[in-house]
Design a protein around this ligand. Sequence first.
Ligand SMILES: Nc1nc2c(ncn2[C@@H]2O[C@H](COP(=O)(O)OP(=O)(O)OP(=O)(O)O)[C@@H](O)[C@H]2O)c(=O)[nH]1
Ligand SMILES: [Mg+2]
Ligand SMILES: [Zn+2]
Length: 293
Amino acid sequence: MPHKGRLISRFGAEMLIEDEQGQIQRCTGRKKVASAVCGDHVEWEDTAQGNHIVSRILPRKNLLKRPAPGGKEKLIAANIDQVLIVLAYSMKANWDMLDHYLVAAHSMHATPLILCNKLDLAGSRQEQYDQTLSEYRDIGYRILSLSAKNNQGMEALLNVLSGKTNILVGQSGVGKSSIIKALHPMIDIRIGEVSEGSGEGQHTTSVTTLYHLPSGGELIDSPGVRDFRPGKLKQSDIEQGFPEFLPYLGSCRFHNCSHSNEPGCAIKEKLATGEILQRRYNSYLRLLNECAD
Ligand SMILES: Nc1nc2c(ncn2[C@@H]2O[C@H](COP(=O)(O)OP(=O)(O)OP(=O)(O)O)[C@@H](O)[C@H]2O)c(=O)[nH]1
Ligand SMILES: [Mg+2]
Ligand SMILES: [Zn+2]
């Protein structure tokens, strides 16, 4: 009889599987489970030689992935309830990347949450950051300002994580691993320095890993990225990533309007009145050009 478990992390062919008793089992994977990723529910078996082998990936609720060189895809993690997109007040904001993550979260039917860390270093940048963050709040996104260093905002964060599988994503150095350490100080997790010149991180986390929170819920740490694209999507999936468009989508003159050049476009009308922001509209067009299937 196969056992059930959840993939905690993986180093090439070696997979750490948490069994139903909460014990970590070192396993290797059969060829057909080569695509297993952190967060996957799997079946594993004992072999006659005393090894453990992952034999099957159980059906996934969803999968976070991104395009990789050569037309391939890099699979990041599976079975995610909430995507926590992390920014840092101390670093130049990459709002385009935030929009790309939001689209990815919507397309996988996960709840996006925006975390802005390093509040203690915000200084004169805070006003500018909070101004743009309030635009996202107006659209309906939940935003939490934090300092992993000073433990600010951590209780509010813990409350929204409990009972769910959550993943931290974002640029290197924004403090993803530090947030896990602040929520669960007993965890042994590597924190990297940011480089003095650029203020960016040095890609300290290299393996996507699932951690349990003492108050319930799982939190996955992922390696920082330079840029993120959601991969190939249908136009309707891209639209879902722009909730401020949704009330107007049925009102364009053409039912298959792409909201780019067509006359009688309800989205462009709302752009003209300022109800839809130019920056967000530009993000939509960019994704439509680069990612539409
Ligand atoms: N001042 C301040 N520093 C922080 C805070 N959170 C994290 N840091 C620092 O930021 C640096 C990077 O933190 P990490 O947690 O390694 O960042 P990361 O996002 O996990 O980076 P990668 O693993 O490379 O993707 C470390 O020097 C942390 O001590 C914060 O709230 N305030
Ligand atoms: Mg890290
Ligand atoms: Zn339109």
